[in-house]
Design a protein around this ligand. Structure first.
Ligand code: SF4
Length: 498
């Protein structure tokens, strides 16, 4: 007779549209939920940001739970984030945690959920002058397009990655790779991206809070300003020490003797000629192509941007300093009898001025901002009348945060938020294979306002009832106000600015 082993029953996870069947001891497709002895459990602990703790307590679960007296409320101001909170699906169900607590004598409610975002992406700011690609160039991870180059900002290149077009509008591989790229970036991992087509492809390794690595070279400094701004800032250091200075920049190259700063310091004309398009006195556009050379141009030899000196003005022996906008490259020349600039040893004062430019440059870093839309469905987990939540956010009655990080809410319709992932606890993001990113989102408001907007008031639990020894307690990852700080709400005279 053969013994029959009963197969343990699988349970169904209903936290997202994938609806996994999970066998006992196994985890679901997103690694977030598991079947533990027949019970569906969220694997990561609920995370509390403790805004007044004086030391970091990474995982209380790592310590002896018996040591925890459970009285976090007595002396501290905890904020319940959505990290580890779980998701409800479909969203007409109340959010996983709707938590009440008294703050400064006001009854407050925080509604937390790990939102499943199909409409989401990241905006990346890369502090560098180096050319990483043309505006609108496609950005790839592996072979798949995951975003594009946006308009450059002052001293920084900008990328927009993700979005519903890449997550759902392309091939299955494009959606999967896009989701994976967003997940890694949002969880502070390094990702190698390729920008542009094969003919002019640039490799950029991006990691939040770290310098970019461009074509294998780690960027060090963000430029002090454009070439014209650098002339304005440092003109006084140069006056009397050199006849002319050119600050080489991909966007606006500055020339001391022609610039307004030079005029005010009585620096006489030097007969210098600069290639490119003259914008206003001492400011030139397009002196060279973009690249990874001096000041984000493709030049290695700065003299290539000079035209012959005007013999009616220039004089033999005249000196010229050329410097990049980060001060990392500089050179000194003296005109010979034929008015040709010849390299010479740079005087100590001028070398110091180049070092001063470098000193005034900030370290180059990559910033990753999560951006997503809390659509109609996510809002239903907060209230049966979702548009009232949108109005409440616009009226600054409800504050939105992501993993406890203050979120900027875009003007106009909907609740489109943006938050710096470095302000959020490490590992705040997950994914589901639909594909979509899972991101924490919290709505905080007065209990009375929550009732007014038709919130799920019957689901409200006091914070004391949800805190457990396994709860993960963190200090704020960055200096920021607690989202529950009552001074920040419309009714207290605060605004909705991030
Ligand atoms: S992917 Fe994750 S959240 Fe979705 S059903 Fe499976 S286990 Fe649940």
């Amino acid at each position: 007779m053969t013994a029959r082993r009963d197969k343990p029953e699988k349970i169904r996870c209903d936290a997202c549209p994938v609806m996994c069947y999970i066998a006992e001891g196994r985890i679901g497709a997103c690694d977030r939920y598991a079947n533990a002895a027949g019970e569906l459990v969220r694997l990561d602990p609920l995370t509390i940001i403790d805004h007044s703790a004086d030391k970091l307590v990474p995982f209380l679960g790592d310590n002896d739970p018996a040591e925890w007296d459970g009285d976090i409320l007595a002396t501290e101001r905890p904020f319940v984030t959505a990290v580890g909170a779980g998701t409800t699906y479909p969203d007409y169900k109340p959010a996983p945690f709707i938590v009440s607590q008294e703050v400064d004598g006001v009854d407050m409610v925080t509604v937390v959920t790990e939102g499943i975002f199909s409409y989401c992406g990241v905006k990346i700011k890369i502090d560098t002058d180096r050319h990483i690609g043309e505006e609108r160039d496609v950005v790839r991870a592996g072979d798949e397009p995951v975003g594009h180059v946006m308009t450059s900002e002052y001293g920084s290149k900008m990328l927009s990655l993700g979005g519903v077009e890449h997550l759902t509008g392309g091939s299955k591989a494009e959606g999967r790779i896009t989701c994976d790229t967003l997940l890694k970036l949002c969880n502070r991992e390094a990702v190698e991206l390729t920008i542009g087509d094969t003919a002019h492809a640039t490799s950029v390794i991006v990691q939040a809070g770290q310098p970019p690595v461009i074509d294998g070279e780690t960027e060090r400094l963000m430029r002090v300003g454009c070439g014209s701004a650098a002339i304005g800032m440092f003109a006084k250091q140069w006056a009397g020490h050199v006849d002319d200075v050119v600050v080489v920049d991909d966007h606006i190259t500055g020339v001391l003797s022609e610039h307004q700063a030079g005029k005010l310091l009585d620096i006489p004309p030097t007969g210098i000629g600069i290639r490119g398009r003259r914008s206003t006195p001492g400011r030139y556009f397009q002196v060279a192509n973009s690249g990874t050379g001096w000041g984000g141009t493709d030049i290695v030899d700065p003299l290539t941007i000079l035209k012959p000196f005007n013999p009616k003005i220039a004089q033999a022996g005249q000196s010229l300093m050329m410097v990049s906008t980060t001060g990392e490259q500089y050179a000194y020349f003296v005109l010979d009898d034929a008015l040709v600039p010849r390299p010479a040893d740079i005087p100590a004062d001028l070398r110091k001025s180049a070092e001063l430019i470098a000193e005034n440059c900030e370290p180059s870093v990559c910033s990753v901002l999560f951006m997503g839309g809390a659509g109609g469905s996510l809002r239903a987990g907060v209230t049966e009348n979702p548009v009232r939540l949108t109005r409440s956010v616009k009226e600054a009655l409800t504050r939105v945060s992501c993993g406890g990080a203050e979120a900027y809410v875009w003007p106009g319709g909907g609740i489109t938020v943006m938050a710096d992932i470095l302000d959020m606890p490490l590992g705040s993001f997950g994914y589901v294979p639909t594909p979509a990113l899972v991101a924490p989102i919290e709505f905080t408001l007065r209990a009375s306002d929550y009732a007014d907007l038709g919130g799920h008031v019957q689901e409200v639990r006091n914070i004391r009832d949800i805190l457990k020894p396994t709860t993960r307690r963190l200090r704020p990852p960055s200096a920021q106000n607690a989202p529950i700080d009552t001074a920040r709400f419309g009714w207290s005279g605060g605004g909705s600015e991030a």
